[in-house]
Ligand binder design. Structure first.
Ligand code: CA
Length: 228
């Protein structure tokens, strides 16, 4: 059974989440202090992290960035938990490397659905896919979960990796936002189409650091990888 790390400093919320996750059959690890998160991740290898935004000493946002920049642990899905419901905060969370975002107060069924969706995406990507995808100087190795641009290793969060893999599986084909939601997020009813745009921006930013932009926006249609 999947192990979920709950990073939250408010004990009542921690207990509520822990109780419901264990009832749903998950194993849980609770961390109430931002400073202990990285060492606990290394020690317990969780399958997914629920990360509170407002933590003493080090914020969830900062932790998210640290996790995404740590090669050994950067592929663990992160769902940010926060009382902040504003659009710019949501984008900041996703831009820092979170895969998903749940606003407090949340409903338990919604939280469980989001956890399931994010876990399923990871298990989908770990199924054997022997193929290596290439598009010009971009190389994506599904089994190793690695992307290279020329000689450069490109660090991508799991969601961006899945999007790139999908686009590279059919170069020049246009995928609508709904296609991407279906293939990458498994049609979760809680994900908004705008979220796709945020992840595309992150993907572009990571890739374009080392070469031309191949991720095309096709107005009112969707996205493709193309060099024309
Ligand atoms: Ca808090």
């Amino acid at each position: 059974m999947a192990k979920i790390m709950i990073v939250e400093d408010e004990q009542a919320i921690t207990l509520l989440i822990k109780y419901n996750l264990e009832k749903a059959g998950y194993e849980t690890v609770c961390v109430n202090h931002g400073g202990k998160v990285i060492s606990e991740i290394e020690k317990t290898s969780p399958s997914l992290i629920l990360l509170d935004w407002m933590l003493p000493e080090i914020s969830g946002l900062e932790l998210c960035k640290i996790i995404r920049n740590s090669p050994e642990i950067n592929n663990i899905p992160i769902i940010m938990l926060t009382a902040k419901g504003q659009e710019e905060d949501k984008i900041a969370g996703l831009s820092a490397g979170a895969d998903d975002y749940v606003t407090k107060p949340f409903s338990v069924p919604e939280l469980l659905a989001r956890i399931q969706t994010n876990l399923r995406r990871v298990s989908n990507t770990s199924s054997p896919t022997p193929k290596v995808y290439t598009f010009n100087d971009i190389v994506l190795k599904p089994n190793e979960k690695k992307v290279y641009r020329g000689e450069e290793y490109i660090q991508l969060a799991p969601t961006e990796f899945r999007i790139l893999q999908l686009l590279m599986s059919k170069p020049r084909q246009v995928f609508s936002r709904d296609d991407l939601l279906k293939e990458v997020w498994g049609n979760s009813i809680y994900v908004e189409t705008r979220t796709v745009d945020v992840h595309i921006r992150r993907l572009r930013k990571a890739l374009n650091e080392f070469g031309a932009n191949y991720i095309r926006t096709i107005r009112s249609t969707g996205y493709s990888i193309d060099d024309k």
